[in-house]
Design a protein around this ligand. Structure first.
Ligand SMILES: Cc1ncc(COP(=O)(O)O)c(C=O)c1O
Length: 398
């Protein structure tokens, strides 16, 4: 993304913490993926960032939505995404949620034999997708693997015969096979391995119409991370899907569920240095007016988000422990991080805020989410206001 030159005006107008989103960047990522994977249907994984304005922009670029909860399905419908362009990949759903998905007419992908049984009992003769755990996981952090022996997701591929038996007993057509190996991998070889396994397994489903390879395409967070060569990956996947179609002897659809790749780098979280203090061992703490309730990735995954000093970009480098305003010892954005020397009042930009930043946020300590401003060309507009105490307490009953 580019930091807009009028960032001081935005900060003066809306205050900090403030998330800013470069809409042109989002559009560019959507177009890049569509060009590289033109043979796949693309479903934006809205869990990465559910800001409705962003969902509408991505949908406007021709993508469907990948949802993981009824709330996300409802949001996508409200944003004008047609039900047929929404894939709901469930995990541990209730019967009521299953009925909701069927009533709304979205494509449901079940991730457990027991859920498949319940679906078959309730909807004999209908169609459904299944999520397969192909035993290969990949992610930016081991905690973000969503396949492999320790993962709670999907039906392990050794259980496919049972899945087929459940489906055929109720004349249920398993028309979609899906996998998602994890979030934020940068290793093309892992993806290729998982693709080979899922295609091998998908061939066992007689009513197959679509193979969905999930999402997880990573982006660089720190120096030395190599960005994915999306165009080369498109070619790699195309060759494999063409061979699969030729073997199957019929036409099939293919799908992807990218989240992070589309939006991570499009946003920054702007925060003001409130407090600069010396520690007892030579370290210096920079305390910001943002916290892990707005960005918990560093606390959760040790994620190395780049941090810029917008106020003094050319100052000599100095090392800081950069922390937030949440009353928890884990509330750090970075330790011993070198940035241009900062003073109280300086505005810092924490980069790659667009994916799993606000979306994973909370109102812990009764601190509100960051306000969000989008910009495109010369225009900027508020897409999320600052919640007040009443908003944060609205579901309580006294
Ligand atoms: C089922 C499913 N699909 C797609 C994604 C998107 O992952 P990412 O944002 O890394 O592309 C996720 C996230 O983990 C997911 O759970």
């Amino acid at each position: 993304m580019r930091i807009p030159p009028n960032w001081p005006d935005l900060v003066a107008r809306y205050g900090t913490p403030l998330a800013i989103c470069d809409v042109a960047f989002v559009r560019g990522q959507c177009r890049r993926l569509r060009a590289a994977f033109g043979f796949c249907d693309l479903f934006y994984s809205v869990k990465a960032n559910y800001n409705p304005s962003l969902v509408r922009i991505v949908a406007g670029e021709g993508l469907g939505v990948d949802a993981v909860s009824p709330g996300e399905v409802e949001l996508a419908l409200r944003c004008g995404v047609a039900a047929r362009n929404i894939v709901y990949v469930e995990n541990n759903m209730s019967d009521a949620e299953m009925e909701f998905a069927v009533e709304r007419g979205v494509r449901l992908v079940v991730g457990a034999l027991s859920r498949l049984k319940k679906y078959a009992a309730r909807y004999p003769g209908a169609s459904v997708g299944v999520r397969i755990n192909a035993d290969v996981g990949g992610a930016h952090h081991a905690r973000a693997f969503t396949a492999g022996p320790q993962s709670k997701f999907g039906i392990h591929f050794s259980q496919i015969p049972e899945a087929l038996a459940i489906a055929s007993a109720a004349k249920v057509r398993v028309d979609l096979v899906q996998q998602h190996i994890g979030s934020g991998w940068l290793d093309e070889a892992i993806f290729a391995e998982a693709v080979d396994i899922i295609l091998r397994e998908a061939a066992r489903f007689p009513d197959l119409e679509t193979v969905d390879f999930g999402g997880g395409f990573g982006v660089p967070y720190k120096q030395g991370d190599h960005p994915l060569d999306i165009e080369r990956m498109g070619a790699l996947l195309k060759a494999r899907t063409e061979a699969f179609k030729a073997n199957a002897g019929r036409s099939l659809r293919f799908a992807l569920e990218p989240g992070r790749f589309l939006v991570a780098e499009s946003m920054a979280l702007l925060a003001t240095v409130q407090d600069k203090k010396a520690g007892s061992d030579g370290r210096v703490f920079l305390g910001l007016d943002a916290g892990f309730n707005q960005l918990m990735r560093p606390a959760l995954y040790n994620s190395p988000h780049e941090i810029l000093n917008l106020s003094h970009p050319d100052a000599p480098l100095a090392a800081y422990d950069i922390c937030g305003n949440i009353c928890e010892s884990t509330d750090f954005f970075a330790r011993a991080r070198e940035i241009p020397a900062a003073e109280e009042g300086d505005v810092l930009a924490i980069m790659n805020y667009g994916a799993y930043g606000a979306a994973m946020g909370s109102v812990y300590n009764l601190r509100a989410p960051a306000a969000e401003v989008f910009f495109e060309g010369q225009r900027s507009w508020l897409t999320r206001g600052r919640a007040g105490l009443e908003d944060m307490l609205s579901s309580f009953v006294e």
